[in-house]
Write a protein that binds this ligand. Structure first.
Ligand SMILES: Nc1ncnc2c1ncn2[C@@H]1O[C@H](COP(=O)(O)OP(=O)(O)O)[C@@H](O)[C@H]1O
Ligand SMILES: [Mg+2]
Length: 351
């Protein structure tokens, strides 16, 4: 097991800078998820840690050793990719043992390591099968088996579940978490899916346009997003973000709606403020605002309502309520201590 430290890391392809000022300290045994929209630089960052891509600036240390000049195969890291590309003409057991055979590990040890990994992954009965005889989930498990048999100091995952259907993705997500709890290896996991990030991570690094927006535990990011990007990216449905100003102890939206402020946000009048409130933190039945239902989306355990309040679109999630109908008029109650305020000019958190 190894800590991984990334300091002032940067990457340019020719004149195009794709990563900048990246500083991340990952503790030994920690599960860290890099999350951000497509193209923000997640894979490039992971490939630099693995040694598959050269960095332009900065330093990477694994287990306290600078690895900048160290080739990928010496870094004691195993990577699992989205396209798991098993060797089609090799059995599951041969796919799993390939790297060990290449490294001339003794035969008995290969057998015992493959057996142990197969047990962890529930592949014992499939070791003699060929990849074409496996389901997508089983193939992804074999790909993880290939990584596990190497017993690396750290695992890197690059969107390993993206090729699976939604149900299987949720199941494999739980298996990866279980695997980490069992092996306790330092892991860095890349995804564009905030739910995957929230459910898997000890800590999350939110990346956007090649920069770190925030690093924190899932609950820190959810409860105290540092800026508008993180506020909008983490949480589902998305946080309502409303532009306006503070006037006489209340928030006034550009469209005119007045909304209550938390105690600690009773600041002087101020322009250029964004008011953030999650759909889960607005209740139906109250007198903070009147709204008209536009769209009702039942999810089974809840209803997601798109509302119009004084010309403002609001998303509200309600549970334990009879079905709502379009055009219905309702009152709203804001959970005032769940309100976030941001500076509209630079997007940073005020309260
Ligand atoms: N070999 C390359 N040459 C030029 N640009 C690249 C190369 N690899 C990636 N990029 C660019 O770097 C940016 C980040 O890519 P990537 O790390 O793959 O993003 P992500 O994994 O977050 O989707 C993208 O704009 C991509 O086009
Ligand atoms: Mg990628």
């Amino acid at each position: 097991m190894s800590a991984i430290e990334i300091e002032q890391l940067g990457k340019s392809f020719g004149a195009v800078e794709v990563l900048r000022d990246i500083n991340i300290e990952i503790a030994s045994g920690e599960f860290v998820v890099l999350v951000g929209p497509s193209g923000c630089g997640k894979s490039t960052l992971l490939r630099m840690i693995a040694g598959l891509e050269e960095q332009t600036t900065g330093e990477i240390r694994i287990g306290g050793r600078v690895v900048d000049e160290m080739p990928a195969k010496s870094r004691d890291i195993a990577m699992v990719f989205q396209s798991y590309a098993l060797y089609p003409h090799m059995s599951v057991a041969d796919n799993m043992s390939f790297a060990l055979r290449l490294a001339k590990v003794p035969r008995e040890e290969i057998v015992s390591r493959v057996k142990a990994a197969a047990e962890i992954l529930g592949l014992q009965d499939l070791l003699g099968r060929m990849p074409r005889q496996l389901s997508g989930g089983q193939r992804q498990r074999v790909a993880m088996g290939r990584a596990i048999v190497r017993d690396p100091a750290a695992f890197l995952f690059d969107e390993p579940l993206s090729n699976l259907d939604a149900k299987l993705r949720v199941k494999m997500r739980a298996e990866i978490k279980k695997l980490h709890q069992r092996l306790g290896r330092t892991s860095i996991y890349v995804t564009h899916d905030q739910t995957e990030a929230m459910t898997l991570a000890d800590r999350i690094v939110v990346l956007n346009r090649g920069r770190v927006e925030q690093i924190g535990t899932p609950s820190e990011l959810y409860e105290q997003p540092a800026n508008l990007f993180v506020a909008g990216f983490i949480g589902s449905p998305e946080m309502n973000l409303i532009r306006g100003r503070i006037d006489n102890g209340a928030f006034v939206a550009e469209q005119g709606l007045r909304l209550p402020l938390p105690e600690d946000a009773r600041m002087g009048d101020r322009d250029g403020v964004v008011y953030g409130i999650r759909p889960q933190h607005i209740a139906v039945g109250g007198n903070h605002a009147r709204a008209r239902v536009q769209v009702v989306e039942p999810t089974g355990e809840a209803q997601e309502l798109t509302l119009s309040a004084d010309g403002l679109d609001l998303m509200v999630e309600v549970r334990d309520r009879p079905p709502f109908k379009p055009d219905q008029e309702i009152g709203l109650e804001i959970a005032v201590n769940k309100v976030h305020l941001f500076d509209a000019r630079n997007g940073t958190r005020i309260v």
